[in-house]
Design a binder for this molecule. Structure first.
Ligand code: AHR
Length: 495
């Protein structure tokens, strides 16, 4: 029969690589992300390896996290790393002023974080303190982690039980310096970036990709000032954009109780990422036409009201099929801009904002967002294959978004991975995809969908939203026919 959506896949016009780091993560000392979510301590009854929960590391390994950003966020600009090394019972505490005013005991510090990265096979992305820390403190931290010399900081690390230096490939010079990181003007931060980053050194063969703190959403002037005054001294420039369902920071909207109008509005707000990346890229292109400096979208995701009854400073929210669709749409945007976007880090990995994993004491569940990261991991490092799509809109009231979004990559073995998102919660759609310059004999796939557009996984019903094998796609020559279910994310693999 006739199709609702047509896709033309140009496998004969491959573009650049999708940097695996687009599938990166962010874990802050915030609420129950680090403490409880990752760190339970060596004496916990929850099975752990050197204090880090085994159930969580197993799930994170399965998802294939390329890079993990830590310790913040806002926390990074009040964190003093030397408080978080040495015997745990001797470490001084501090008050986490941004996130609930709770006491931070510093039991999870540099060694524990880098151990976590080794356990899950992720590269570390450490964010340094510009807001309330000194140049010397930042310089010493890099030496402590990465130097193999017979030097004061390297010897202090050895005294604390780690002989060999770690590799730390990514280092952020401050966070949100326009806000919680110091309320700076871009001109002032650009100067501080120049000064601090000068002392972020490469020791013992470690090569650091230095990331400057970038703009808040559509603050294009920030990008202009940073690129013109400090662009040549950075490897990456960050960008933060959160999807707020209502658009109102005071009442953001519930993670699970929403109507179709808010569902639609949320997706249309998340699609603003495309315009943001395009416009920031245009500014970067003017200063850096060879695209040497990467755009690092190191905080993104949906930010809703907290779950009723939980600490408002802990940012604990549920996660529904709406979140899964948000993840899919953003990945498609990042792929499209893969020539500039070199990393993205969803906020945040566990128990905070758009999380992959929720924990309740010894229990753990995987969210719909987790499943999209796991399903899409086949795109990591693939070659981007451009496509054209003709899709009907999904309309609610006077607002319309494209019903279907799609993206394709080819992996090192020649396999093509085509992901599709149907935002429409009421209508399955027939998709016909023609491939130029590719033929396949076998097709297989998985689908993530749910009974309702606000379905989620709870500790009572942890598998309401989980991927299943997809039998709605068939292959005829170089043409694929797909029956795309409503409110669904599908990943097809073609051999
Ligand atoms: O991810 C939560 C917070 O959002 C981060 O700490 C901060 O950088 C941003 O404002």
């Amino acid at each position: 029969g006739s199709s609702d959506v047509t896709v033309t896949l140009h496998a004969d016009q491959p573009l650049g690589k999708v940097n695996p780091n687009i599938y990166g993560h962010f874990a802050e000392h915030l609420g129950r992300c680090i403490y409880e979510g990752i760190w339970v301590g060596e004496d916990s009854s929850i099975p752990n390896t050197r204090g880090i929960r085994n159930d969580v590391t197993a799930a994170l390994r399965e998802m294939n996290i390329p890079v993990l950003r830590w310790p913040g966020g806002c926390f990074a600009d009040e964190y003093h790393w030397m408080d978080g090394i040495g015997p745990r019972d001797k470490r001084p505490a501090l008050i986490n002023t941004h996130w609930g005013g709770v006491v931070e005991n510093n039991h999870f510090g540099t060694h524990e974080f880098l151990d976590l990265c080794e356990q899950i096979g992720a590269e570390p992305y450490v964010c340094g303190n510009v807001g309330s820390g000194s140049v010397q403190e930042m310089m010493n931290w890099v030496e402590y982690m990465t130097s193999d010399a017979d030097s004061p900081m390297a010897n202090l690390r050895r005294a604390n039980g780690r002989d060999k230096p770690w590799k730390v490939p990514y280092f952020g010079v401050g966070n949100e310096s326009w806000g919680c990181g110091g309320n700076m003007r871009p001109e002032y931060y650009a100067d501080l970036y120049r000064r601090y980053s000068t002392f972020v050194k490469n020791y013992s063969g470690n090569r650091i990709f230095k990331i400057a703190g970038g703009a808040n959403v559509a603050d294009y002037n920030w990008t202009e000032v940073l690129m013109s005054r400090a662009g040549r001294l950075m490897h990456g420039l960050s960008l933060h954009h959160y999807t707020i369902p209502t658009g109102n920071w005071g009442r953001k909207g519930s993670a699970t109780e929403f109507d179709e109008a808010i569902y639609h509005k949320t997706l249309s707000r998340t699609l603003f990422m495309d315009e943001l990346v395009t416009k920031h890229s245009e500014i970067m292109d003017r200063h850096d036409p060879n695209k040497r400096v990467g755009m690092v979208i190191d905080e993104w995701g949906i930010w809703t009201d907290v779950e009723p009854g939980t600490n408002p400073g802990f940012l604990y929210q549920q996660n529904s099929i709406r979140d899964a669709i948000i993840a899919g749409l953003n990945f498609h945007i990042f792929h499209k801009h893969a020539d500039r976007v070199s990393m993205a880090n969803i906020a945040q990995t566990i128990n905070v904002l758009q999380a992959m994993i929720l924990t309740d004491k010894e229990k753990m569940l995987l969210t719909p967002t987790y499943h999209v990261f796991e399903m899409f991991s086949v795109h990591q490092g693939g070659t981007f294959l451009p496509l054209q799509i003709e899709t009907p809109d999904y309309t609610v009231g006077d607002s319309s978004i494209p019903a279907v979004s799609a993206s394709a990559t080819r992996d090192a073995d020649g396999e093509i991975h085509l992901s599709l998102v149907n935002t429409n919660p009421n209508q399955a759609l027939r998709v016909t995809c023609s491939m130029n310059g590719a033929e396949a004999k076998n097709i297989s796939g998985r689908v993530l969908t749910a009974p309702k557009f606000n379905s989620y996984n709870s500790f009572d019903a942890p598998e309401t939203v989980k991927p299943t094998d997809f039998d709605g796609a068939s292959l005829r020559g170089n043409q694929i026919e797909i029956n795309l279910p409503s409110k669904a994310v599908v990943v097809l693999s073609l051999r």
